[in-house]
Design a protein around this ligand. Structure first.
Ligand SMILES: [Zn+2]
Length: 447
């Protein structure tokens, strides 16, 4: 039996923690650094393959999956480069880089819990049971980058699974939005326009849905908003449409473009003058960090953990745990922000990078709110994500490269709702573990 096969068995039996595989190989298998890095990656991969029944294929492992430290003598800077990187020049001064220190201090992992990836690095981040709108056990992969985040999420999952896992509520549909705007020279013209638009709207909505058919989109809301400036009366006509597994962003844009053509024609036909008609983005919530964001779907995840267990883990009274959550929420409020983006600010992009789905820039989705309270003998700890936008199908909305599709197969994500549930679960696990180590004052403790 190969070393990594034996280690995979130990991971499966929970006799070994995933982030301790490297150390275990060095201490107990007579393998020296840096050869142990590849072995550790292979052990975690085999473990994941065995628990999921899926294979790593596109997410490969290079021959030297570790980083190497180099030294620039001129400016005293220590560089850390992937061992496969052959560009051994200091880009600040142009001088040549020399290997740093002794063999023992020269090598380090590419990322915590590394499991593969040549161009960007995948970390294992635990497995997690969710119940409710989605019933599944997810095996988490992230492209988190530097830091111990994946270890924290793995720990958080382990703790929460012990107490029954996570309950999720996921909206079955996700929104997309586009906004048609008019400028009128008088409020009378604007009022007449609203009347005309309301009369033709039922027909326009039906025809819009013809254009949303391929991805099963439905017009959900049409909202009128009036605004003023010194010289004009403005009107925003904002359309939202709902989709189950698609972003719908392009389709809703096309459908609103069609609505504009029909509505402009009707206004002109009925003698309602406007100074401008345009598809505008100010009121459509498109990529605006706003609590009224009109894109994506709502997801909420919560865990119920015995108060006595939380107190044992933190070494503090539960009031201290709640005070910490309040402290952070108040800090966010002082910044004039409405939601809280803590560790989620790193986990959310990490999951979009791992799965390579659309949107590739997860700004809209990087919104989270943490809540905590005590009910009887349980701590209720949860997270809400108001706007998770996710297109999990590789289609004309956007290509999902093979690595991303493979990551989703391994994770167990088949639908956009499952993507949202897995994301919320990982954030809950990561934030909860972070709260535990912060309250127990283990975080950033100076030696
Ligand atoms: Zn230099």
């Amino acid at each position: 039996m190969k070393i990594w096969e034996k280690l995979a068995d130990e991971l499966k039996g929970e006799k070994l923690q995933p982030w301790k595989v490297e150390r275990e190989i060095l201490e107990n298998y007579g393998v020296s650094s840096p050869d142990h890095f590849r072995m550790a990656a292979l052990a975690r991969r085999r473990f994941i393959e065995e628990i999921t029944g899926e294979k790593f294929h596109f997410i490969g492992v290079p021959d030297k999956p570790y980083l190497m430290r180099y030294y620039c003598e001129k400016n005293g800077l220590i560089w850390e480069l992937a061992a496969e990187d052959a560009g051994l020049k200091c880009s600040l001064c142009g001088g040549g880089l020399k290997p740093f220190g002794s063999e023992g201090e020269r090598y380090a992992p590419l990322v915590s819990n590394y499991v593969g990836g040549r161009e960007d690095y995948y970390s294992y981040a635990g497995r997690m049971k969710v119940n409710g709108s989605v019933e599944k056990e997810f095996v988490n992969l992230l492209q988190y980058g530097t830091g111990k985040g994946p270890i924290g999420i793995t720990r958080g999952c382990y703790i929460i699974n012990r107490f029954g896992g996570i309950k999720v509520k996921v909206s079955p549909l996700a929104g997309a939005s586009r906004n048609l705007s008019y400028i009128f020279s008088s409020s009378e013209d604007r009022q007449r326009a609203i009347g005309v638009i309301e009369r033709v709207l039922p027909r326009v909505r039906n025809n819009m849905e013809e254009r949303l058919k391929e991805f099963g989109g439905k017009v959900a809301t049409v909202e009128f908003l009036r605004a003023e400036d010194c010289d004009h009366s403005l009107l925003y006509v904002d359309f939202t449409a709902d989709f189950e597994n698609f972003r719908g962003h392009g389709d809703v844009s096309n459908a609103v473009g069609y609505a504009k053509k029909i509505l402009d024609r009707e206004l002109t036909r009925r003698g309602v003058r406007y100074e401008m008609s345009v598809i505008a983005q100010g009121y459509d919530g498109d990529l605006k960090p706003s609590p009224r964001n009109k894109r994506g779907r709502y997801v909420c995840a919560q865990a119920r953990i015995p108060v006595t267990e939380v107190e044992a883990m933190t070494g503090k009274n539960i009031e201290k745990f709640l005070a910490y959550i309040h402290l952070d929420a108040l800090g966010v409020e002082k910044l004039g922000w409405f939601g809280y983006t803590g560790m989620g600010g790193e986990i959310i992009p990490g999951m979009y990078k791992a799965t390579k789905i659309n949107p590739h820039a997860p700004l809209v989705s990087a919104m989270q709110k943490i809540f905590a309270s005590v009910e009887g003998d349980r701590l209720i700890y949860g997270v809400e994500l108001p706007n998770v936008e996710a297109g999990v199908v590789s289609c004309r909305e956007g290509l999902v490269p093979p690595m991303g599709r493979e990551a989703m197969r391994i994770m167990g994500i088949q639908t956009a709702a499952e993507f949202a549930a897995c994301l919320a679960g990982q954030i809950l696990a990561g934030e909860f573990n972070l709260a535990i180590v912060a309250v127990s004052e283990e975080l950033y403790r100076s030696p």
